[in-house]
Design a protein around this ligand. Structure first.
Ligand code: C5P
Length: 274
């Protein structure tokens, strides 16, 4: 039995620069990863199963990014799609944390391990790129600046251990709809400097369109931003999950208590940057 973690992705900043003719948007984004996420396991047998707290959102779906990743891998490397894949879904679905992309990337890593294929094999990158804009970043789960659709990666130094609080108000938002609501105004690229400085100086250009789809995101951001020790509060990806970066584990703990007390139905997770 082989197991791969699928760390959740954060966009510490997400600058939308331009609408492209192919329907995608040209981005400049700061990708970071956290210590928690889903898990993908490869065992004996065949087929696909989902378990974990958010399994319900995927049960009954025959076409998901994990099975598509396995099929693409088998085609690219000319191997039989053998083994039973189990996805343990711990992250909310369609939530801006790149869950599906991270699951697909973990599936590719798992199959690459089984077939003795190096992680930097260009065919593996091509599989990731074809599966979705965030899958290449998730393949390496390393702090990076992403350009293009998000697939052109430049590694940068991370800030490992930074305390993070993730908060999702329980609404699923459509990535395509949120991108479609972007106002078309290029507000400029990322600054230079260290990760947290660049993140703080940056923004998420998808916050306004996401807020018009799900106004509750504004409440999450306000609540996170007003917590003591919150160095940065922002939405990730196309939402609706928001993150707070905290000065200390203690401050993160106090913030978690405050958010849970005010909104017991919101999903919260204490974690750290990788
Ligand atoms: O690449 P992926 O399938 O994850 O993208 C989902 C949707 O998000 C796309 O169909 C597109 O509407 C939007 N998107 C975009 N620009 C990007 C990435 C995603 O417009 N750079």
């Amino acid at each position: 039995m082989l197991t791969e973690p699928a760390p959740a992705k954060l966009n510490l900043a997400l600058h939308v620069r331009r609408r492209r003719d192919d329907g995608y948007h040209e981005l400049e984004t700061l990708f970071a990863f956290v210590a928690d996420g889903d898990t993908v396991t490869l065992g004996e047998g065949e087929g696909f199963a989902v378990d974990g707290p958010f399994a319900g959102a995927l049960t009954g779906e025959s076409d998901n990014l994990v099975t598509r990743a396995a099929a693409r891998f088998a085609a690219a490397f000319g191997v039989e799609p053998a083994g039973r894949i189990t996805l343990t879904k711990r992250l909310p679905v369609a939530s801006g944390l790149g869950g599906g992309s991270a699951d697909a990337a973990a599936t590719l890593r798992l199959l690459a391990r089984r077939e003795d294929i190096a992680l930097d094999d260009p065919r593996l990158f091509a599989c990731a790129d074809a599966l979705g804009s965030d899958v290449p970043a998730c393949l390496y789960s390393r702090t990076a600046i992403g350009r293009g659709r998000g697939e052109q990666l430049q590694w940068i130094d991370g800030a490992p251990g930074t305390p993070v609080l993730l908060v999702n108000p329980g609404v699923a938002v459509s990535t395509a709809q949120v991108f479609g609501g972007w106002d078309g105004l290029d507000r400029g690229g990322l600054d230079d400097g260290d990760l947290l400085a660049v993140a703080k100086a940056g923004r998420n250009d998808l916050e306004p369109p996401a807020l018009s789809v799900a106004p509750v995101i504004g409440e999450v951001l306000d609540l996170l931003a007003t917590q003591r020790g919150a160095a940065l509060a922002r939405m990730s990806g196309s939402g609706a999950t928001c993150f707070g970066l905290f000065d200390s584990v203690a401050a993160r703990g106090v913030a978690l208590e405050a958010v849970s007390a005010a909104h017991p139905d919101w999903w919260c997770l204490e974690t750290v940057l990788l």
